[in-house]
Design a protein around this ligand. Structure first.
Ligand SMILES: C[S@@+](CC[C@H](N)C(=O)[O-])C[C@H]1O[C@@H](n2cnc3c(N)ncnc32)[C@H](O)[C@@H]1O
Length: 190
């Protein structure tokens, strides 16, 4: 499907972003959708992924965090905060080691200087990975993170492999083939 058709489909179905179809494909392939899931959505605004989780699992409890504001979604508790400060959000901190699923669509602001951007993406991904490991349940937790194909991707995957029993890479159909974005999936934190 053409990239614009995904945007049209998202609008038709009432989702805030076409990013929902990328997450939906990974959730389906990894069979991650489970009843009563406790979900942490990192970099959630404008809210497409949180909306999708609530649509797929109405019984889920979703906690969402973003630097930017986000319009309310029923059943989603939103916090406007930097991911680096997540431990300071008491309502989330109390749920350490309890989340079933952590999803991250985080993307830093780009400078246009390749080496700087790659390093910033890597640092943000590592912060997110550490957060996921701290907040996920050891027995059944799963983590989905958007990242980018660049010179540090292999290093990130290696860090993922040190942190999860199973690691997989996904390039969903709704992700533009020209786009460098790519998704890593981790299952059961070590
Ligand atoms: C691609 S958007 C997320 C789209 C969202 N998944 C959706 O479906 O609507 C990436 C988000 O990451 C957020 N972000 C970037 N750096 C962040 C940080 N350090 N802490 C929290 N959020 C951050 C941005 O503000 C932006 O809203």
């Amino acid at each position: 499907m053409h990239a614009d058709s995904w945007a049209l489909k998202a609008k038709k179905l009432g989702f805030r972003s076409r990013a929902v179809f990328k997450l939906e494909e990974i959730l389906t392939k990894t069979k991650t959708v489970k009843k009563n899931s406790l979900v942490l959505d990192i970099g959630s605004a404008p809210g497409g992924w949180s909306e999708l989780i609530k649509a797929l699992i109405p019984s889920s409890k979703v906690y969402a965090i973003d630097l930017l504001p986000m319009n309310p979604i029923k059943g989603v508790m939103f916090f406007q905060e930097d991911i680096a400060n997540i431990d300071e959000i008491e309502k989330i901190f109390l749920l350490k080691s309890k989340f079933d699923l952590v999803i991250s669509d985080l993307a830093p602001n780009l400078t246009g200087i390749r080496a700087v951007d790659e390093e910033n993406i890597f640092e943000l991904n590592i912060t997110t990975l550490k957060t996921a490991v701290n907040y996920l349940s050891k027995s059944n937790g799963a983590f989905i993170i958007k990242t980018f194909q660049n010179s540090l991707l292999k290093k990130l995957r290696t860090e993922m492999e040190k942190s999860f029993h199973l690691v997989q890479t996904y390039k969903p159909a709704a992700s533009k083939s020209k786009s460098a974005e790519i998704y890593l999936y981790g299952e059961r934190p070590l």
